[in-house]
Design a protein around this ligand. Structure first.
Ligand SMILES: Nc1ncnc2c1ncn2[C@@H]1O[C@H](COP(=O)(O)OP(=O)(O)OP(=O)(O)O)[C@@H](O)[C@H]1O
Ligand SMILES: [Mg+2]
Length: 280
């Protein structure tokens, strides 16, 4: 029994399975509703000024904007790493504003995967351990964490390197490990902030191809970038400028259907969410 067990979410009607099965009613995976973010200071910085965005299951969305436009601020709100100054953020229908920090941490651990430009892998741990750590705060027992980590490494083509350390890998391989870590536990949504920003063009392209393959397999993914060419590859493109969304090519109607057909049955390795007493 740990602090990670949050009764609010355990009772949540949308909860169920270890990710995918949370909802079959068309509730958006992620909704940002008229959100603003002002950083205090002299003068305060209005990084986001009333942003609304709704992302459905199975979508692949590119959010593009120049430096300082508010991309990372928006990602932090979408990822529940920060709270809006005003407005609302809902993840799988759950309003972050109504939750305490512990519930939000549990929501984040079970439903959101992150990929960052700098990979953020532990150099002292094996690839398998790095990926398994993606489930650490979801209260999943260690044996299951390792099993799912191996499956996630398989998905990104690095299963045979499971015992290697990140320092023995190329940048592109490191980012694949970070993607595996984001995917473990089948989160409702994966948020990637400049995932190719530290990679040369060819390697970056192979990471984008991997992201596209994951999307084709049903994952819901947001890629944040300042690079217009990357955004152009995405089925849906959202443009942000000076803290406002200035263009949105609109949601991809086929994504939801694809996500549903892709995930009809239980996902290999995914276990039903344990009741509180079963957590280690
Ligand atoms: N913690 C903070 N405190 C004060 N101002 C901040 C903070 N974080 C961001 N800002 C400001 O908010 C605005 C938006 O920043 P943000 O990091 O969201 O932009 P970005 O689009 O991600 O830029 P980049 O492409 O350079 O990463 C900028 O003016 C920035 O200086
Ligand atoms: Mg940024």
């Amino acid at each position: 029994m740990t602090e990670m067990v949050r009764p609010t979410l355990a009772r949540d009607p949308l909860a169920g399975g270890n990710g995918y099965a949370y909802d079959d009613t068309g509730t958006p995976v992620l909704e940002v509703d008229n959100a603003s973010k002002t950083y205090p200071g002299e003068p305060p910085v209005e990084a986001l000024r009333g942003v609304s965005l709704s992302i459905g299951q199975g979508e692949l969305v590119g959010i593009v904007g120049p430096s300082g436009s508010g991309k990372t601020s928006l990602l932090q709100l979408m990822g529940t790493l920060d709270r809006p100054t005003s407005g609302h953020v809902r993840i799988t229908g759950l309003d972050v504003a109504t939750m305490d920090d512990g519930d939000v941490a549990y929501l984040r651990a079970t439903r959101i995967g992150f990929v960052f430009q700098q990979f953020f892998l532990s150099e002292h741990s094996s690839l398998l351990e790095n990926v398994a750590d993606g489930l650490l705060y979801a209260g999943v027992p260690v044996a299951q964490r390792r099993q799912e980590a191996l499956e996630a490494l398989e998905l990104v083509g690095l299963a045979e390197r499971q015992h290697a350390r990140p320092t023995q890998l190329s940048g592109g391989q490191r980012q694949r490990v970070a993607i595996a870590r984001a995917l473990i536990g089948q989160p409702a949504i994966v948020l990637a902030d400049e995932p190719t920003g530290n990679l040369d063009q060819a390697t970056g392209k192979s990471i984008l191809v991997l992201i596209e393959q994951l999307h084709q397999a049903g994952s819901t993914i947001v890629v944040i970038t300042h690079d217009r060419a990357i955004a152009e590859r995405m089925p849906r493109r959202v443009e942000i400028l000076d803290g406002l969304i200035v263009a949105d090519s609109g949601s991809d109607a086929s994504a939801d259907r694809r996500a549903r057909t892709a995930f009809q049955g239980p996902v290999p390795g995914a276990q039903p969410e344990p009741s509180p007493g079963e957590y280690p």
